[in-house]
Design a binder for this molecule. Structure first.
Ligand code: GLY
Length: 564
């Protein structure tokens, strides 16, 4: 109780301004899966992060301020994926009609090279791109947050305040977080050269308080010195020193030279809606453009939600889009990607010519189109503010707790595994890639992250996205169809069982609660059905024409919504 009052005196006193005040009590909070409100909302992977975003809006911040504060809070309260040591993408639709996308994906360090994960026999050593120092790309998150801040209203230091206090004073962890930290205990011990906040003598349990003093100091340096407080000075020195002790290659110059990029977002039409989503180096925007385009002419709604007929068409669209991803997609700043051709409406339609209703295609016969790539530890957040600004952000460390190496109090990513370590060799998610996604210094590894906003009559009506590695694109694809075509309510659009096909391996993974009758019908058509764990942890905000806002946090995690 005492700790709560200490925190209140630091955090709450200046924030007790608005009516319907959201409270931020790190020692006693609930997980709220659904909210119906009228002004503003945040949906994210952790209740305290969602509340931090809402508090910032109640202090006069807009949706971009809230998205920044929520990401910073996630870096503290959701260490398995929230981060300073990773990267991400932001897509936003501002009330003035501008569409924005910011790319703060990690880059390969300057000393990285194409064959850095191959042994003397040319065989891929895939653990090296996943475990420890050599797996880390140059972190982009802090640069991305500062790039986003150009569209925010409050001083950056104010957006850091909730995160700093959550790190400094600690917060109570959930059962899922305790289990995650316990699962990685041996990794934290084996892969770090210094003690970390994530390991204690006894196993973690629900209700324990995680205090991250070193992370609080790192956040304070950012508050005091801006981007240089991270990419230069003591924090950069700590990252480089940890790299040197552990055999990593991120240098002071890699950090100093990192820049986020403002990109032209993808905007396309589907069934009378405009879909605003992330361009390369995300493969997700192109992926959903292709998949939605491939299914648009089929009467899915008439065939019915989760009917074998609808699911088959969707699987075949997924197969074909992932085949294109594997061959063509990579960082466009480094390789030529035929984006225009593979997103051309005619090309997309032609991709389904080889589809036969009632019979499974075979991936060995479906190569990329003929024209002249977690565990799943990424995290998504959505924000809408009272003025109608909408923000959709997906960030990642790649695998759960990234490469498990801690520097300056935060965990570093293992995003190097999202490159094609060796063309044709599957990565953590079983995704294969080709030359387009080969490693090169400064290049960005291909991502599946798909932060997305749907517009109707120029106004945001859906804000969504999810973690899930290779399943991100299919989760977003299905969430969009669940709402826009199958007309499911907001909670069902998120929580209904999902299925996934990624070309290779040639199988359909279905969640445990996926209907058995549909799975059996698909097996009769020739599909290999594999029952797996969860697919995605989707956040969704739905804005109705009458101004009503629904916010949904996925049942698959501690995801939680807040608003007013
Ligand atoms: N690390 C997962 C992704 O970016 O797709």
């Amino acid at each position: 109780m005492k700790r709560y009052f200490i925190l209140c005196s630091f955090v709450m006193a200046p924030l007790l301004l608005a009516a319907q005040q959201v409270t931020l009590n790190p020692y006693n909070y609930s997980i709220d899966k659904y909210l119906e409100i009228n002004s503003a909302a945040v949906a994210s992977a952790h209740p305290l992060a969602s509340k931090a975003g809402v508090l910032i809006m109640q202090q006069g911040g807009n949706a971009v301020d809230a998205a920044i504060a929520t990401q910073l809070a996630l870096a503290v309260v959701f260490p398995e994926a929230g981060n300073l040591g990773g990267g991400g993408f932001m897509v936003a639709r501002l009330k003035n009609g501008s569409n924005i996308s910011i790319d703060y994906r990690e880059t390969a360090p300057g000393k990285a090279h194409r064959d850095m994960y191959l042994d003397a026999n040319g065989e891929a050593q895939t653990r090296k791109s996943l475990d420890g120092h050599l797996a880390a790309g140059v972190p982009g998150t802090v640069a991305g947050l500062f790039a986003a801040h150009a569209h925010a209203r409050l001083p950056f230091a104010k957006l850091l305040a909730p995160a700093i206090l959550l790190a400094e004073k600690g917060y109570v962890i959930t059962a899922a977080e305790a289990a995650g930290l316990n699962r990685k205990r041996e990794d934290f011990l084996r892969l770090n050269t210094l003690p970390t906040a994530f390991v204690k003598n006894e196993p973690w349990k629900k209700g324990d308080t995680l205090v991250q003093k070193e992370l609080a100091n790192t956040l304070k340096l950012i508050a005091a010195k801006g981007m240089k407080g991270f990419y230069e000075g003591p924090t950069a020195e700590k990252i480089v020193a940890e790299m040197k002790r552990g055999g990593g290659i991120i240098s002071a110059n890699d950090l100093k030279n990192y820049r986020a990029k403002v990109r032209q977002p993808i905007l396309f039409d589907f069934a009378g809606y405009n879909i605003l989503t992330m361009p390369l180096p995300s493969s997700g925007g192109i992926g959903i453009q292709q998949m939605l385009g491939m299914v648009e002419k089929y009467p899915l709604q008439e065939w019915g939600f989760h009917s074998a007929k609808s699911v088959q068409v969707m699987i075949e669209a997924e197969r074909r889009a992932y085949a294109d991803r594997a061959l063509y997609l990579g960082d466009q700043d480094f390789v030529k990607v035929p984006v225009k051709k593979i997103t051309d409406k005619k090309y997309i339609e032609e991709r389904m010519q080889s589809f036969t209703p009632g019979i499974a295609s075979e991936s060995k016969n479906i190569s990329a189109g003929n024209i002249a790539p977690e565990s799943t530890e990424t995290t998504h957040l959505c924000v809408i503010d009272k003025e109608g600004n909408a923000v959709s952000v997906t960030t990642t460390l790649n695998g759960s707790y990234g490469c498990r190496v801690v520097a300056a109090g935060f965990i570093l990513n293992n995003e190097m595994d999202d490159f094609s370590v060796k063309p044709g060799t599957p990565n953590l998610y079983g995704l294969v890639g080709a030359e387009a996604n080969a490693i090169a210094p400064g290049k960005k590894m291909l991502s599946c992250m798909t932060p997305t906003i749907v517009l109707k009559n120029n106004k945001p009506i859906l804000i969504t996205g999810t973690p899930g590695g290779s399943t991100i694109i299919t989760s977003v694809f299905q969430t969009l169809l669940n709402d826009l075509v199958f007309k499911l309510d907001a909670s069902h659009s998120v929580n209904a069982p999902k299925f996934h096909h990624q070309w290779l391996p040639d199988q359909v993974t279905v969640e445990r609660d996926f209907p058995d009758s549909t799975a059996q019908a698909l097996e009769k058509m020739g599909y290999k059905i594999v029952k797996g764990g969860s697919i995605g942890r989707t956040e969704l905000i739905k804005v109705h024409a009458n101004g009503k806002i629904e916010a949904v946090g996925d049942k698959r995690g501690d995801d939680s919504v807040a608003g007013f």
